[in-house]
Design a protein around this ligand. Sequence first.
Ligand SMILES: NC(=O)C1=CN([C@@H]2O[C@H](COP(=O)(O)OP(=O)(O)OC[C@H]3O[C@@H](n4cnc5c(N)ncnc54)[C@H](OP(=O)(O)O)[C@@H]3O)[C@@H](O)[C@H]2O)C=CC1
Ligand SMILES: O=C(O)[C@@H]1CCC=N1
Length: 337
Amino acid sequence: MTRRYWETQTNIVVPWHSPLFSSSISSLSFLLFHRYSSEIIMTVNIGSESGSTNWVFIGGGNMAAALIKGCEKKNFVEKHNIAVSVQTGKSAEKWRKQGYDNVFTNTLEMLETYPTAIYIICVKPQVFDEVVSSWPVNSRPKFIISVMAGVPLKTLSEKLPFVSGNTTIVRLMPNVASSIGFSASTMCYEKNDKIENQEVFVECARKFAECVGTVELIPERCFNPAMAIGGSSPAWTFMYIESLADGAVAQGLGRAEAKRLAAQAVVGAAQMLLDSESGFNIESQHFGLLKDKVCSPGGTTIEGVRTLEKNGFRSAVLEAVVATSKKADDMAKSLSK
Ligand SMILES: NC(=O)C1=CN([C@@H]2O[C@H](COP(=O)(O)OP(=O)(O)OC[C@H]3O[C@@H](n4cnc5c(N)ncnc54)[C@H](OP(=O)(O)O)[C@@H]3O)[C@@H](O)[C@H]2O)C=CC1
Ligand SMILES: O=C(O)[C@@H]1CCC=N1
């Protein structure tokens, strides 16, 4: 049987049937241990023995598709490692046509079929209660990842009736660019010393997220503002790029050129902030330094800056982040009722 290794720098490989492993989760195939000086950092290999289905997605819409596509691109999982449940036959057919065999329109049936797995909740928050009622009564999940906006860890553990003190729940907020490995994700979890090897599960979630982009581990109290930027802002950035293109089209540039130019200009600007080769240090320097470099005195760009300021550009963006974050706060409150 072919074994696929996510990491190859192994010092110790613990087979999945070892006591240490089985105390964690039986559907992961083995753990890898990396030694850094005297510390041992555990990394989880989810590469799976061929054939095992251990990534179980509840909900197979935009976000699940982006995550799965991104993970497949990195050879983190293969189609047979994935199970997915959807609501409609039409969606199920779409998944099957793409080569996925383990597709369900009945979440209960899927969860009964895969009693030990990594469960990723990818439904709309409004559907969460329905998912809760689809969870088999005898289920004892050890590891759940939720990508739902506005559903706090407390609500997740209270509503999922079979979650015990032994279950690690990770909230992950990826974005749509997961499909091409460019998500800006955040994650949080509640540390529980009573859960044996909890760090293994957290590391597993981190590896999963790293497969589809970057990930920051943050406290849950910061999750909603981070969600507004990491999860939602791609939508606004698409609007911004569209508006850039519209402006140029209004002035006579062809639509196709305008769209390509606008998208590339945004990529380049973002890359300058992130890549220290630009001479910019994102930790310590102000973004205005770069903005000022573009604005020649008495030039063209400063006229654009003036117009944007007059029309409340910064305030509009800032308020959008605040409104989005507050919406998630409100959703959390109404779900906990
Ligand atoms: N879209 C995004 O960019 C991001 C979304 N998220 C989060 O991801 C979650 C999903 O969002 P998104 O993928 O956009 O939503 P979609 O509407 O695209 O997908 C929702 C999926 O859930 C399925 N579904 C509905 N009811 C059930 C049920 N009872 N059991 C199983 N599956 C069900 C739907 O089935 P069917 O296809 O048959 O209708 C659909 O496949 C949300 O909680 C959102 O907050 C997080 C970060 C970014
Ligand atoms: O709009 C939403 O609710 C989800 C969460 C982040 C992005 N999309």
